[in-house]
Design a protein around this ligand. Structure first.
Ligand code: BTN
Length: 258
């Protein structure tokens, strides 16, 4: 299987208007987020994609490391959304991943609040949103997506209990290119749904395995326990405690308890 990418292989016949019409490709890069940030600061066209065959310092949420060896997907997309759509970008990116995985492989995936995509309870993809906001103006927003496409878990015993990859689930290699092209089409489609005044919140909420479950949430220095009751339109998690009170959690790390 050809695992090396090229800008032309991605953009050729790509059925989008702007997402992925400009691709900046690196065989190896510290992190696509850093290059995307520099490009956005220099006014790169909306929809510009930074992609790397491998990352040597891939960034996860909460200063975690994201493993990105060759054969997987590590990309960042530059957008200039209105501030009202900013909370929806995490929903948009996660749903685009769920749709693309199913379209290319037939595998069903679910979401764990706030940004994990799971297959059979194990993480197959992480999404990272970084933005620069001044007042009520978004200078830029960057969607970073890492998908474990052909990750061989026995090479990474430290994440084996919690992670999976498309190839592990299917017991065969998967073309990263097919998933990337589908992903870019879905990102643009959902972005245009938002821009046209549509909503993706309902589908995002319905895809969350977290809801209705007893969870433990670490948010900064705070730790919460309770039942994940719902999510609000701004993407926050609403957690019901045993004393009946409700907490609204904007960001955090969830462990499912039951
Ligand atoms: C997470 O689950 O913690 C988020 C992981 C995000 C990883 C992607 S890979 C492409 C982009 N570049 C990075 O350095 N990180 C994101």
């Amino acid at each position: 299987m050809e695992n090396s990418l090229s800008p032309a292989s991605i953009t050729n016949n790509l059925e989008t208007h702007f997402v992925g019409q400009r691709v900046i490709y690196y065989p190896s890069l510290a992190s696509t987020m850093e290059v995307a940030k520099q490009e956005a600061q220099q006014g790169a066209a909306e929809g510009t994609v930074i992609i790397a065959d491998e990352q040597t310092a891939g960034k996860g949420r909460i200063k975690r490391v994201w493993l990105s060896p060759k054969g997987n997907i590590a990309l960042s997309v530059i957008l200039y959304p209105s501030i009202v759509y900013l909370p929806s970008l995490i929903m948009l990116a996660s749903l685009a991943v769920v749709h693309s995985i199913e379209a290319v492989t037939g595998l069903k995936s679910q979401l764990k609040w706030p940004n994990d995509v799971l297959i059979n309870g194990k993480k197959v993809c992480g999404v990272l949103i970084e933005s620069n906001v001044r007042g009520d103006t978004v200078d830029y927003a960057i969607i970073g997506i890492g998908v474990n496409v052909n990750l061989r878990l026995y090479d990474f015993p430290e994440i084996q209990p919690t992670a999976t990859s498309l190839s592990e689930e299917l017991r065969r290699d998967v073309s990263p290119l097919n998933v990337i092209q589908c992903l870019l089409i879905e990102i643009e489609r959902l972005y245009l749904v938002l821009a046209a005044g549509g909503s993706i919140y309902e589908e995002w909420q319905d895809s969350l395995v977290t809801l209705g479950r007893r969870v433990h949430v670490k948010s900064g220095e705070m730790v919460y326990e309770g039942v994940a009751e719902s999510v609000s339109r701004d993407g926050s998690l609403l957690l019901r405690h045993s004393d009946g009170s409700l907490s609204k959690i904007v960001a955090g790390d969830v462990t499912l308890r039951d």
